[in-house]
Design a protein around this ligand. Structure first.
Ligand code: DQA
Length: 144
């Protein structure tokens, strides 16, 4: 089983981006955490990040065609992109929505997610640990 860990806009700037909200860990730390967790679980993990919506749509189509589970942090697209939601709707395996910050403690416009209504589950506010927990859930679901 291969799991796609897909990250949307501005997440490549983790570490320098608003550290009081997103912490000091970098995007490279996020990639390492996911790869190490995957290795521990015996699951192939592919971590990607893009600032371009069309590229994200292509990756979601790829995951749909491959029958792969997805961990998705769509960043700001979460709150307004129906195109990203429509691409997520085509997935056939579980989808875990992750947000590093607790979006419900933040501005009103971050409280609504277009993804949550079609996700298998949602993890918010647990920092990078949210990605690790999402991968553990997916591995357990595939091999109970
Ligand atoms: C985020 C929360 C979003 O509201 C924001 O636009 C992001 C990051 C998070 O991981 O906490 O880019 O998805």
């Amino acid at each position: 089983m291969k799991v796609f860990v897909l990250n949307g806009p501005n997440l490549g700037r983790l570490g320098s981006r608003e550290p009081l909200i997103y912490g000091n860990e970098t995007y490279a730390d996020l990639v390492r955490l996911c790869e190490e967790t995957g290795a521990e679980l015996g699951v192939e993990v592919e971590v990607r990040q893009t600032d371009h919506e069309g590229e994200m749509l292509g990756w979601l189509h790829e995951a749909a065609d491959a029958g792969s589970p997805v961990v998705l942090n769509a960043g700001a697209w979460t709150h307004y992109s129906i195109a990203v939601r429509d691409a997520c709707s085509q997935l056939t395996e579980p989808l875990v929505e992750v947000h590093i910050s607790n979006v419900h403690k933040r501005e009103e416009f971050r409280h609504h997610s277009h993804i949550s209504g079609i996700a298998t589950g949602v993890i918010v506010g647990l920092g990078l640990t949210g990605y690790e927990l999402a991968l553990r859930f997916l591995a357990k679901k595939a091999r109970p």
